[in-house]
Ligand binder design. Structure first.
Ligand code: GDP
Ligand code: ZN
Length: 370
């Protein structure tokens, strides 16, 4: 490809490359460039105003003209926008480019609104501490959130220096791999610098976020990836977890090895939200098995011809994993129901219908087999 190819970012937007600008964004932005607008990425949002990195530096911009009715379309960290050229402080955001991915938290308010936490994330790094016993259910929960966003998950088993025996370490990796189909599982010691290069290579292009429990080593990883102390690392003795947070006011941090990290307070605290599609992806092998069950609405409890139950019997599928799947499916339904009264009513109706159908079906089967 020649350098004049429209596929390669133009020199004027080159300063945006460390922030994740690429040829596809260039293409999406072209109509606005033609109008003389300036491209930029939102690094922080604060009550209607946002900080936007542009080729000419960071500017303050008002989102008044792009305020949508749908809270999911509110400008957020990671969004690519078009702002006014020169002049005006603040400037105005004129357009929000369509998002590739989005992290959303469903709110527990009466309306079924979500809250958008981060946009255009390519890699969701789930940090899991090797300093404490592995909780695969928790890993699966974070993976569901990750998949749901549209980002590619990566599991990082952190603090690998605390597991010096390579055989033990390999077993831990294997355990996590069974809980994470389609997800790379790495071991990293930020303390010794081990495994960081592999992680850097994986997230070296595009935008990453760090998910995981408090104490999983996210701040330490972030500092290692950014190549500077941008995060407060909790002192080991600070067990209550209070009084520490990101020291940076910017939520978008270019990484020394390429790529950019989004770290927002909201993402840190993210726990539950509706992640039905995400749950399906975490447990893809169960969903594949379920497709082979005799009844398409098989509950895998005691129905005949159940491929899931058969896989558990043969040892191919662990009971732990099936139960974890059920738990997350239930939890997800509950969250959705909590945020949507209409849906809640439908689910209740559906349970009643299923219950009635199930009883009828069992009676019919009994009759049939008798
Ligand atoms: P966060 O809450 O997920 O941001 O976790 P932190 O980055 O604050 O780390 C929690 C604790 O784990 C701190 O005491 C760190 O010093 C420690 N820690 C982080 N990374 C490593 C590592 O690679 N090895 C060891 N041994 N400890 C680590
Ligand atoms: Zn089944």
């Amino acid at each position: 490809m020649s350098s004049s190819s429209p596929k390669s970012p133009s020199s004027s937007s080159r300063p945006l490359l460390p922030y994740g600008w690429d040829a596809d964004w260039e293409t999406a932005f072209a109509p606005y460039a033609a109008q003389g607008l300036v491209a930029g990425r939102v690094v922080r949002v604060d009550r209607g105003l946002c900080d936007v990195v542009t080729p000419g530096g960071t500017v303050r911009a008002d989102t008044e003209f792009v305020v949508p009715r749908d809270p999911m379309k509110v400008v957020c960290t990671g969004d690519w926008v078009a702002v006014d050229p020169e002049g005006g402080d603040p400037r105005f955001v004129r357009t929000l480019l369509p998002r590739r991915t989005a992290f959303v938290r469903s709110t527990s308010s009466k309306r079924s609104d979500g809250q958008i936490l981060a946009a255009n994330v390519d890699h969701a790094v789930v940090a899991v501490s090797l300093a404490v016993e592995l909780d695969l259910g928790r890993v699966e929960r974070f993976l569901a959130l990750a998949w749901e966003s549209g980002a590619q998950p990566v599991v990082v088993l952190s603090k690998a220096d605390l597991v010096p025996d390579p055989v033990t370490l390999a077993h831990l990796v294997q355990d996590v791999e069974t809980a994470a189909p389609g997800v790379p599982v790495l071991t990293v010691s930020a303390l010794h610098g081990d495994g960081l290069d592999v992680l850097r290579a994986l997230i070296g292009s595009g935008t990453a976020v760090l998910l995981g429990q408090s104490g999983a080593g996210k701040s330490t990883l972030a500092n290692a990836l950014v190549g500077a102390d941008v995060m407060d690392v909790r002192a080991a003795r600070d067990v209550d977890g209070k009084g520490r947070h990101t020291t940076t006011t910017r939520n978008l941090l270019p990484l020394s090895g390429g790529g950019v990290l989004i770290d927002t307070p909201g993402l840190r605290g993210v726990g539950l939200f509706d992640a039905e599609a995400g749950v399906g992806q975490v447990f893809s092998e169960i969903e594949e098995l379920a497709a082979r069950c005799r009844f398409h609405d098989c509950s895998h409890e005691s129905e005949p011809g159940c491929a899931v139950a058969a896989a558990v019997d043969s040892g191919e599928l662990s009971v732990r994993r099936l139960e974890s799947y059920r738990k997350l499916v239930r939890e997800n339904q509950w969250i959705v129901a909590k945020t949507d009264a209409r849906l809640r009513a439908e689910i209740r109706k559906d349970w009643k219908r299923k219950g009635a159908e199930g009883r009828a079906a069992m009676q019919a089967k009994r009759g049939h087999w008798a």
